[in-house]
Ligand binder design. Structure first.
Ligand code: FES
Length: 132
């Protein structure tokens, strides 16, 4: 059975690259042949990759199905290497706190692997469902 996605699913990267998560300084090596890493978000999305390392590095109330804005992140480096923001992602970003020009939803943001990516997880990134 193939999964259906609510937003366009970009092709996975052709070469490996690195994701650095701030402020924790966690570094992850991404290998295209291992995508999808988890069952959260688009295959190859930042949430897909990060969740496989630790479910709580980026909280995600809806499980990565583009139905909340919990997974809001700032892409500090490598933004040009990521897929275009979909209309659905824009709609949920409009509901997010502290939106900037480099804001993305981690479950929708798929780097193409041409450069390393640095993301900032906002301090208010909490799963309100989990936290009550
Ligand atoms: S986890 Fe809900 S929109 Fe990304």
């Amino acid at each position: 059975m193939t999964r259906k996605y609510r937003v366009p699913c970009p092709p996975p990267p052709k070469k490996g690259y690195r994701i650095t998560l701030l402020p924790k300084g966690v570094e992850l090596e991404v290998r295209p042949e291992q995508i999808p890493y988890s069952r959260h978000g688009l295959p190859g999305s930042i949430l897909d990759i990060v969740s496989a390392k630790d479910e709580h590095l980026i909280e995600h109330s809806c499980g990565g199905v583009q139905a909340c804005s919990t997974c809001h992140i700032y892409v500090e480096a490598g933004l040009d290497s990521t897929n275009e923001t979909s209309e659905r992602e824009e709609d949920y970003l409009d509901k997010a706190r502290g939106v900037k020009l480099n804001s993305r939803l981690a479950c929708c943001c798929v780097p193409d692997g041409t450069v390393d990516v640095v993301i900032q997880v906002p301090p208010w990134n909490t799963n309100e469902v989990k936290e009550n």
